[in-house]
Design a binder for this molecule. Structure first.
Ligand code: 13P
Length: 250
């Protein structure tokens, strides 16, 4: 059986000012004084804090990631951020295709795939997000919707480079609701099968994260599910103590 090092990634979304860097210090302290974490730890802060998080986290093994990127490396794209800028700021990961970007900015699977390709080209690991809406789940389409998104959002280059997949049911994000363990297992197993079918051996090594109301209270149960290789954490990543509890649940 392939062993996969789990990844616990925090997505701060549009939250965090300079003063929030104290949470990074506290997390660093917890990580270095407590039991050694069994997971890789990454924080994806807003771009304004990326460089500081990367610098401050380095000595305690906290990795940094962006929350989005442009497909181009530079140019006339006001307000956007490129993969080389993220890498230059110290990022090792970048989230692409989060449902909030798909909804707020109309990002299509094609665009998400292009962003993932750009990330790979810059030596970053893309965290490619997929997930169904509540209406799609109620209609019994969760597995097929996720499969279609994954097929179209993941570039062929994922067969030769490090990528991460994150399953985030849209209706579980920020709501305090989660699918039950059997439903999470069903999707993660289907994603694993699809990855192996498409990428062979490599597909068996890709981390598949669960995201959506992952909290200190439910982390142990969810992270123990087969083919759940870590988590993508929103709200509960903003406080070092909560995030550390989730990391410790691995
Ligand atoms: P919450 O953990 O706040 O539900 O957010 C999940 C998420 O969207 C992480 O990317």
């Amino acid at each position: 059986m392939t062993t996969i090092t789990p990844l616990i990634a925090g997505n701060w979304k549009m939250n965090g000012l300079k003063q929030s860097l104290s949470e990074i210090s506290e997390l660093a302290q917890l990580l270095t004084t407590g039991e050694a974490p069994r997971a890789l730890v990454c924080i994806c802060p807003p771009a304004t804090l990326l460089h500081a998080v990367a610098e401050q986290g380095a000595s305690s093994g906290i990795l940094a990631g962006g929350q989005d990127c442009h497909t181009a490396n530079a140019g006339a794209h006001t307000g956007d951020i490129s993969v080389s800028m993220l890498a230059d700021a110290g990022a090792q990961y970048v989230i692409v295709g989060h449902s909030e970007r798909r909804a707020d900015h109309g990002e299509s699977d094609d665009m998400v795939r292009a962003k993932a390709e750009a990330a790979i080209g810059a030596g970053l690991k893309p965290i490619v997000c997929v997930g169904e809406s509540e209406a799609q789940r109620d209609a019994g389409q969760a597995v097929s919707v996720v499969a279609a998104q994954l097929a179209a959002s993941l570039p062929d280059a994922a067969g030769q480079h490090s990528v991460v997949v994150a399953y985030e049911p849209i209706w579980a994000i920020g709501t305090g609701r989660t699918p039950n363990s059997a439903d999470i297992a069903e999707i993660h197993d289907a994603i694993r099968a699809q990855l192996v079918e498409r990428f062979g051996e490599t597909g068996a090594t890709i981390q598949i994260l669960y995201g959506g109301s992952l909290k200190p209270q439910n982390a142990r149960e969810i992270l123990a599910i087969e083919n759940v290789n870590g988590g993508l954490v929103g709200g509960a990543s903003l406080l070092a103590k909560d995030f550390y509890t989730i990391i410790s649940a691995v």
